[in-house]
Write a protein that binds this ligand. Structure first.
Ligand code: AMP
Length: 462
């Protein structure tokens, strides 16, 4: 890993001295790679997860760009959720301690609008917010971005996943063209590239190389004799670990479908993801898995390519991948920074050449472990915590995530924290709610309070 000190950067002395009081001595890889470009004023796209130190990367950039004496909004950071916006604002305030009188304001949905107007009237240097609410302030004229010089899109992939693309584009349309734009995303899909092309100028792309030695992933290899035993092994591992979200990788479509069918037969919450699905089914499968209303996804490598899920608890390799790089790619989807994910691979004698190649590639000795005790099969099957409701209205009907959230959480509705991801497509939308409030949520949404008209709403059954 790089051990580069922050003092190699051209930072204001106040910022630099504060970093050592925070205990930040050397840069994390994403900081080392992106900060030189960020500080030279370039637009930067950086691929980095939560925990990589990305907030300090853009935080230092925007603080360096700030003219404290000019009490105008010079920076906007958009985050997909209020929780993240609060974390980002806190980190920026910590980083800004070495400079006097920097005002950071958060503008997020789900909290009253009025007090935010009051805070805006008092002024701020930096706004951190969620797209829906920031857009609303802009439309009502309570926020103006004429003095903006730095714009940050944090967790851009999640933002798009949550249906915020339009709000983001509206907001960008109201800011000066001459500005620095920084985009952070854990994954780098075609959609991200498209939006980047629209809102950024000749961006530098920074990718922190994936290294197996800094993974917080426990790898396990289990010896199996034949395919029947593979399926039993999968059931044992699932029942032992009871992960909230698991992807099982298969090398063929046929295997993927069969494994999904078998697990379904045993009562697991599972869906198959392979190239034969049409776009609507694929979208729906991905939505249901990502919003945690389906626990297990059985996928081929090709089908999983666009999978933007950052919170996998487990990856199971039904067959070991054909190529060590694919193996790393598969297991890299588990183990978020800070929390441990597990990766289990089933191996048979027939695959010994692949296992040797993988061992060489990973520079580790691969030993087959024995499977969990057979009586794990007697344990009850676990169910997902969330349920997905489908609403027969989408972007074309001007449905926004905020409308759905509002309708659900209004009078005697469900609590905001019982609502999960919201995905709005052209003609329909999905919202995840906790299983126990499914009926209340169905009733609330079915009452015709969405955009003043009624949309058909149904529960998608497992
Ligand atoms: P983030 O990825 O921005 O959520 O940051 C993850 C955590 O790492 C936060 O708690 C930061 O305070 C911390 N952090 C960020 N940069 C550094 C650094 N260079 N050295 C030590 N800790 C850091």
């Amino acid at each position: 890993m790089s051990q580069i000190s922050f003092s190699t950067l051209k930072l204001k002395p106040g910022l630099l001295s504060n970093l050592s009081t925070l205990g930040y001595e050397t840069m994390t890889p994403i900081q080392a790679q992106s900060l030189p470009y960020i500080l030279s004023g370039k637009d930067v796209i950086a691929q980095g997860k939560t925990g990589s130190g990305k907030t300090a990367a853009f935080g230092l950039g925007l603080l360096e760009n700030l003219n404290v004496k000019r009490f105008r909004i010079q920076t906007l950071v958009l985050c997909p959720t209020r929780e993240l916006a609060d974390q980002v604002a806190t980190e920026i305030r910590r980083l800004a301690r070495g400079i006097h009188n920097i005002k950071v304001l958060t503008l997020c949905g789900g909290v009253p609008f009025g007090p935010q107007v009051g805070s805006l009237e008092h002024g701020a240097h930096i706004v951190v917010g969620t797209p829906g609410r920031v857009d609303e302030h802009l439309r009502k004229g309570t926020l103006r971005l004429d003095d903006l010089n730095t714009f940050v899109l944090d967790e851009a992939d999640r933002m798009l996943e949550m249906g915020f693309q339009e709000a983001v584009e509206d907001i960008v349309g109201l800011m000066p063209e001459q500005r620095q734009t920084l985009l952070f995303s854990a994954t780098f899909s075609e959609e991200i590239k498209t939006i980047a092309q629209r809102i950024m100028l000749k961006p530098i792309i920074v990718k922190v190389e994936f290294k197996h030695d800094d993974l917080s992933i426990q790898q396990h290899f289990y010896k199996v004799d034949d395919n029947d035993q593979r399926l039993t092994a999968v059931r044992l591992l699932l029942l032992q670990h009871r992960p909230e979200s698991t992807v099982i990788f298969c090398n063929t479509k046929k295997d993927a479908q069969e494994v999904a069918d078998e697990l379904h037969h045993f009562g697991f919450s599972v869906m198959a993801l392979h190239g034969d699905l049409d776009q609507k089914d694929r979208d729906q499968t991905l939505v249901r898995f990502a919003n945690k209303s389906v626990s297990i996804l059985v996928a081929t490598d090709v089908a999983a390519r666009g999978l933007d899920i950052d919170a996998l608890d487990a990856v199971i390799n039904y067959h070991i991948a054909r190529d060590p790089e694919i193996h790393l790619h598969r297991i890299g989807r588990t183990g978020r920074a800070g929390s441990k994910g597990i990766a289990c691979s089933l191996i048979s004698d027939k695959e010994s050449h692949k296992v040797i190649a993988l061992g060489n590639y990973l520079d580790m000795a691969i030993e087959g472990e024995s499977l969990p005790a057979i009586n794990f099969l007697d344990k009850p099957i676990f169910a997902p915590q969330m349920a997905t409701l489908q609403i027969e209205g989408g972007k074309k009907q001007k449905m926004r995530p905020g409308d759905i959230l509002g309708a659900l959480t209004g009078d005697s509705g469900v609590a905001g924290k019982q609502v999960g991801k919201i995905n709005v497509f052209d003609n329909w939308a999905y919202v995840a709610v906790q299983q126990e409030v499914t009926q209340v949520a169905l009733k609330k949404l079915g009452q015709g309070k969405l955009k003043g008209r009624s949309f058909r709403v149904r529960l998608i059954r497992a």
